[in-house]
Write a protein that binds this ligand. Structure first.
Ligand code: DOR
Ligand code: ZN
Ligand code: ZN
Length: 359
């Protein structure tokens, strides 16, 4: 017996594709993939088809999760710059507002300076404004957060130098937090030569030297989130492949191997995947337990055979440690021996913590 018992991961950045693209993933397959990876809670992004920019779409998506999710969840509101009253109306139910300042998958964009400023001014919280922002847009969003006194969360920081810019803003009093993805930590742009479009996402992978800098500057990072962005193999093989890679089932084992190699402490790992995601989004910890079996030692991740509907992983061949044996949520075993024991709809909306102060 060599079992490791954790609370599991809270993944603050996923795309479960429902409504709109259930050939890639849906709420049930995505939350099942979460449990398979020891992820007990997911925060789902609003770049659906149609995008979650209206109250009735938000309510419909909440109803979908309420009936289908098997892990706990929170939903982001989105904005296309219009109908700000509706964006404001979604705020009490949403974990945060997601804005897209740069080009990526889907049609949601927030590039027009005036409407972007109005959106920053209007957002009432309590959740942060999370942004897809690369290079110049990071500076734009930091300025807006300073001006409108908003909590800004920078998703998938694109380059380790941006961690320095974010930290400088933080030192100057801007309330800013940030996340790094497992693909930016465990893959480099060399993977694109090997995997082609299967290793393409936004923001793109960086050089091996910059990837190492992400590790060196990990103390400046608040949390690790997967940006689980499944697309089918066929879509990835097409002429104009969509950006994005899955990550729900591989992140904890990759990080446990990194802990085993002494690249980070177990305490720091738990902060990055569990404690800090809850703090950043002001959420209460669900009662959860994840048991991982470490007895087989290190192993290489497979290329396929995953629970995510897309079925593949860009991390095939990477060293990992630990296999999820069981997941317990609120005292009920929901996942065991690779099988789902929960019924659809047993996942709960992650509740707000009593204190909203960002430590
Ligand atoms: O690679 C990405 N894929 N980056 C994003 O920002 C969006 C995501 C997706 O939804 O596929
Ligand atoms: Zn993004
Ligand atoms: Zn994303």
């Amino acid at each position: 017996m060599n079992d490791l018992i954790l609370h599991g991961m809270i993944d603050a950045h996923v795309h479960l594709r429902e409504p709109g693209a259930t050939q890639k993933e849906d709420v049930l397959s995505g939350t099942q993939a979460a449990l398979a990876g020891g992820v007990v809670g997911v925060l789902d992004m609003p770049n659906n088809t149609p995008p979650i920019t209206r109250t009735e779409r938000f309510a419909a998506k909440q109803a979908l999760f309420a009936t289908k999710a098997v892990a706990d969840y929170g939903l982001f509101a989105g904005s296309d710059g219009s109908h700000l009253d509706q964006v404001v109306a979604m705020a009490p139910q949403a974990v945060g507002l997601k804005l897209y300042l740069d080009e990526t998958f889907g049609d949601l964009r927030n590039r027009e300076p005036r409407s972007l400023a109005e959106t920053f001014e209007a957002w009432p919280g309590p959740g942060p404004i999370a942004v897809h922002a690369e290079s110049e847009s990071i500076r734009v969003s930091l300025d807006l957060a300073r001006r409108y006194r908003q909590h800004l969360h920078i998703c998938h920081v694109p380059h380790p130098d941006e961690l320095l810019a974010i930290d400088a803003a933080r030192q100057q009093g801007v309330t800013v937090t940030c996340e790094v993805t497992p693909h930016h930590l465990f893959l480099s742009d060399e993977a694109v030569g090997r995997l082609g479009s299967l290793a393409q996402m936004k923001p793109p992978l960086v050089s091996p030297a910059d990837r190492d800098l992400f590790w060196d500057r990990l103390p400046l990072v608040d949390l690790i989130a997967t940006d689980h962005a499944p697309h089918t193999r066929e879509e990835k093989a097409a002429a104009d492949p969509p950006p994005g890679v899955p990550g729900l089932e591989t992140t904890l084992p990759l990080l446990l191997a990194a802990v085993d190699e002494g690249r980070l402490t177990p305490e720091r790992m738990l902060e990055l995947v569990y404690t800090r995601p809850l703090e950043v989004y002001g959420l209460a910890a669900p009662e959860s337990k994840v048991v991982l079996d470490l007895s087989q030692g290190r192993y290489q991740l497979p290329m396929d055979g995953y629970h995510t509907r897309c079925g593949w992983s860009p991390f095939g061949g990477q060293w990992a440690l630990g296999r999820v044996v069981s997941v317990t949520l609120r005292g009920r075993v929901v996942w065991q021996g690779g099988e789902l024991l929960a019924s659809p709809g047993s996942g709960r909306r992650l509740e707000r913590a009593v204190s909203r102060d960002l430590p």
